[in-house]
Design a protein around this ligand. Structure first.
Ligand SMILES: [Zn+2]
Ligand SMILES: [Zn+2]
Length: 310
C-alpha cells in the first residue's frame, strides 16, 4: 500500500467533557475522536462528541460504507457521540465496534446502556446499520491495510491503549492513562516501606515502566493523555490521567518521533494550552532528542506517510 494515501484527523481532543467556549476554539471543544483512513478503510478511535461531525462528513462522502470503531473504554467522554452518529442509523453502513470486555455481548451491553431509558429516548435496537460487536482473545486484528493491537493501561476500570500499524508506520493512541503509575505510587508510599520492600518495588517499577512504554516504543506518532499540569496532578493523583511533563518524558524514553498532547482538560483555554505547548517544547529541546511535540487540535489532519507534515 502507498502509505502516502493514509492520514489521521483529530475530530475531538478534549477530556472529561465538551468545552464549546470561544476561549477554547483554537484547540477545539469536542471530546475524544480520531479518524484514521488508509486505502478507503476508516478506523475511528473513540466516539466522544467529535464523532458527530465525523459521522455527518462520512454520510456525504463516497467512500466505502464500512467502518471500524475502537473504544478505549466506556467513560462518557469516549462514547457520548454514538447516540448522534448518523451512519449507525443508516442501512447502508456496516460498523464493527470493539471495546473492553470478555465477549461481544459485553461490548454491546456497555455501548447500549447509555441509550436506554431514562438516559436517552432511542435505543441501539433502532440502529439500521449492520452492527458487529467485537472482542479478540489475542488483542490483535486486521482491518484492510491496518494492523491493530491493544493492551490495558492505567486508568480506572478496564481501559485499552491501541497501536495501529499501516504502511510501515506506527501510530499509538492512549487517550486516558496515568503515566509512571508505579513510580508515582512508590513516591507517595516511600516512607512507609522497609528496605526489603523498597528494593522489591524498585525492581517492579522498572519492569512496569518497560511494559508501559511497550505500545509507544518507536512510534512515528503517539497521541497521549496529558490532562494535568504538575500542580493539578498533585491534587488528582490516582485519577488515571497524566501530568503533561510525564507524558513528554515517557514519549522521549519510548523514542517517539511525533508526540501529540491529547485529552486536554476542559478548564484549559487556548492561552493556557499555548503555555503548556511552550513548556513541553522546552523539555524536548533540553533532551536533545529528535522528537517533535504538538498540542492536538480539532481539525488537524496529518499525513501518515510523512510524519513531519504536522
Ligand atoms: Zn477520558
Ligand atoms: Zn476515562
Amino acid at each position: 500500500m502507498n502509505s502516502n494515501s493514509a492520514y489521521l484527523r483529530f475530530w475531538g481532543v478534549r477530556g472529561s467533557y465538551a468545552a464549546p467556549y470561544n476561549s477554547h476554539m483554537q484547540v477545539g471543544g469536542n471530546t475524544s475522536c480520531i479518524e484514521i483512513c488508509a486505502d478507503n478503510h476508516t478506523l475511528i478511535c473513540d466516539a466522544g462528541t467529535g464523532i458527530i461531525p465525523l459521522g455527518n462528513r462520512l454520510m456525504k462522502s463516497k467512500q466505502n460504507r464500512e467502518l471500524f470503531i475502537v473504544l478505549s473504554h466506556y467513560h462518557w467522554d469516549h462514547i457520548n457521540g454514538l447516540p448522534f452518529f448518523v451512519p449507525a442509523f443508516s442501512p447502508d453502513w456496516k460498523i464493527s465496534i470493539l471495546g473492553p470486555g470478555d465477549s461481544p455481548e459485553d461490548v454491546a451491553q456497555a455501548v447500549g446502556s447509555q441509550m436506554k431509558s431514562p438516559y436517552f429516548p432511542v435505543g441501539t435496537e433502532n440502529w439500521q446499520a449492520k452492527i458487529e460487536y467485537k472482542t479478540y482473545p489475542k488483542h490483535r486484528f486486521e482491518f484492510g491495510p491496518l494492523t491493530v493491537r491493544y493492551q490495558s493501561v492505567h486508568h480506572p476500570g478496564l481501559t485499552y491503549g491501541y497501536q495501529i500499524s499501516v504502511g510501515g508506520r506506527i501510530i499509538t493512541y492512549i487517550p486516558d492513562n496515568e503515566c509512571m503509575f508505579m513510580e508515582k505510587t512508590l513516591i507517595q508510599k516511600g516512607s512507609k516501606l522497609n528496605d526489603e520492600e523498597k528494593t522489591y518495588y524498585d525492581l517492579m517499577k522498572d519492569e512496569e515502566y518497560e511494559s508501559e512504554l511497550e505500545l509507544s516504543r518507536d512510534a512515528d506518532i503517539l497521541i497521549h493523555d496529558s490532562q494535568y499540569t504538575f500542580s493539578e496532578y498533585e491534587q488528582k493523583q490516582g485519577w488515571g490521567h497524566s501530568c503533561y511533563l510525564d507524558t513528554v518524558q515517557s514519549a522521549l524514553d519510548a523514542n517517539v518521533k511525533l508526540l501529540f498532547l491529547f485529552h486536554h482538560d476542559p478548564a484549559h483555554d487556548d492561552k493556557f494550552m499555548e503555555e503548556i505547548r511552550k513548556d513541553a517544547e522546552a523539555i524536548v529541546q533540553m533532551s536533545e532528542k529528535d522528537m517533535r511535540c504538538f498540542v492536538a487540535r480539532e481539525g488537524m489532519r496529518i499525513k501518515i506517510g510523512n510524519s513531519s507534515g504536522a
